[in-house]
Structure formats: C-alpha cells, structure tokens
Design a protein around this ligand. Structure first.
Ligand code: ZN
Length: 289
C-alpha cells in the first residue's frame, strides 16, 4: 500500500507543480518530444509604474521631492576596504538622511533602494524622473590604492561635455514619449526637441552646481572634505536632463578613519544633518524664499 502511494506521488507531484504554477498566474508550455521546458512569467506592461519606491514624508505633491540613491548593492559591493563595503556605507548614509528629512518634515523623500539590492545606473536616474523628483543625490564612497594617503569627501556634478552629450542622446531617443520639464517631446521636430532638452539640461546643470556648492558650504568644519571637493565627471547616474543631480563621494573605504567615521552612528548623523540642511536651503532658494 505504502509503495503504491509513493509511486502515485511520483506521478502526481509534477501535476501538482504545474497546477500550482498555473494558479500563481505563471504559464508553462509543456514540452513536445525533445524540447526543453519553458516557463513564462507574465511581466507588467512596459511603462507601468511598478517597482517605484514609496515616497515618504508629507503626502502633499506640492512639496519638493528628493530622491536619495545609495550606490551599488546586491552582487556589486562597490569599493571594498578592510571590513567595509561601499554598498553598505552608502545605504547607511542614505537611510540616515531619509530619516532626518522625514523627522524634520516639509520635504518628500524616496530611496532608490532601501535594502541590499542591485540596480543598474540608468534605473536609478529613471526612478527619480518617473517619481517627478526635484533633486537627486547619489551617495558613494571611494577607494584608493594606498591607505591613509587619501581622505575626505567630494561632490560631483556632471561635466559640461558629458552634459551636452547626454542631452543630445536623450533628445535622439526614438519614439520618445518622454517629457522634459512638463513638455512632451513626441510630435515635435528633432531640432525643437534638441533645443528643449538642451535648455532643460543647462538649467539643470546650474541647479546641480548650486546644490553641490551648498553641500560644501554647509559641511565646512563638520564633514571632512577632500582639499578640492567640487568636481565634475561623466557619471551616468547624473544624466537626467531635468532633475538636478549630484553625486556625493562620502570618503574612502580604504582609509580606516573615513570608513569608521562613515559607518558609525555619529558619523551618519553628522552627514544627515548637514545634507538635510543643504537640501532645505536649496529648495528654499528654488522656491524664491
Ligand atoms: Zn561607487
């Protein structure tokens, strides 16, 4: 009897599995002689707002929104120092800043990732655009070959050259249903679109530079900066043409002092307070207060 039951189970198990997948909304195409199994998982429609992170803070869409991006994550640890990983330090700083902004109130805030997951670079800026962010801050930490030699934070904006290249590429995206500063690009000539995107990008560059300057000003004497903290580079994560974007390299994971400072609760709090103040001043200026 028991043997029969076991044999029955062997036959019934695959049926139960297929039935289970069917019930879960997954389709299974059953193989025809020699073909391998294909399991199709039904994905959401392209363009559907699935997977966008929650917005925290006041539920008032007229309030400014900052998207905070903790660099790297998942299988990508970023820079690695002795016992420290960039992805973990960046996430700790991002969460501390979010908590500080939510506590102070008045500003809406979203994280591109709130746990240890991998996001491609384009996805990060795209999350900010799709949420309609007013400001984007990507948080990283550096590595250096020689320990103790290099230390301090830097603030990056997109270089002029990379900025105009990004504008051109964005304008050239085919069948673009995109909007830039509320203007739909579809149905306009390429020439008009490239002018629109270029104008948006210029304005965005100016705002990014303003915010970068505020971070350094507000952080003076509190955060430890690199001797030349304001830099520009061709960084993919900063290429949104209409969201002012800054990348904050918080320090060096390879420098024990920096890494310790960035991973301690006190260090995170110092960072969060300075950055929250810089963000508030930035938005106040934008609003013409
Ligand atoms: Zn990084």
């Amino acid at each position: 009897m028991w043997h029969r039951l076991q044999i029955l189970m062997i036959f019934l198990l695959p049926v139960a599995l297929v039935g289970g997948l069917y019930l879960l909304g997954l389709t299974v195409s059953v193989p025809v002689l020699g073909r391998s199994y294909v399991i199709r998982i039904i994905l959401p429609e392209p363009g559907a707002h699935v997977g966008l992170p929650p917005i925290e803070g006041p539920q008032d869409a007229s309030r400014p929104l900052v998207v905070i991006d903790a660099g790297h994550g998942g299988h990508d640890p970023g820079a690695v120092g002795e016992g420290f990983k960039e992805k973990t330090l960046a996430l700790g700083l991002a969460r501390a800043l979010r908590d500080e902004l939510v506590r102070e109130g008045g500003i809406r805030v979203a994280l591109t990732r709130s746990d240890d997951r991998f996001l491609v670079l384009e996805e990060r800026a795209e999350i900010a655009r799709r949420l309609g962010a007013d400001l984007f801050l990507s948080i990283h930490a550096d590595s250096a070959g020689e320990k103790d030699q290099v230390t301090g934070a830097s603030v990056y904006t997109l270089s002029d050259k990379a900025s105009s290249e990004a504008a051109a590429r964005f304008a050239a995206r085919e069948n673009s249903a995109d909007t830039v500063n509320g203007v739909t690009l579809a149905g306009r000539s390429d020439a008009v679109n490239s002018i629109l995107v270029d104008l948006a990008q210029r304005r965005t560059s100016g705002s990014s530079a303003t915010f970068a300057g505020l971070i350094v000003r507000e952080g003076k004497g509190v955060l430890q900066f690199h001797p030349q903290p304001l830099r520009s580079a061709a960084l993919a994560v900063l290429r949104a043409p209409d969201v002012p974007s800054v990348l904050y390299e918080s320090g060096f994971v390879t420098n024990p002092n920096d890494a310790e400072r960035l991973s301690s609760p006190e260090g995170r709090e110092r960072f969060a307070k300075v950055m929250a103040r810089a963000i508030k001043i930035y938005f106040a200026r934008q609003a013409g207060v």
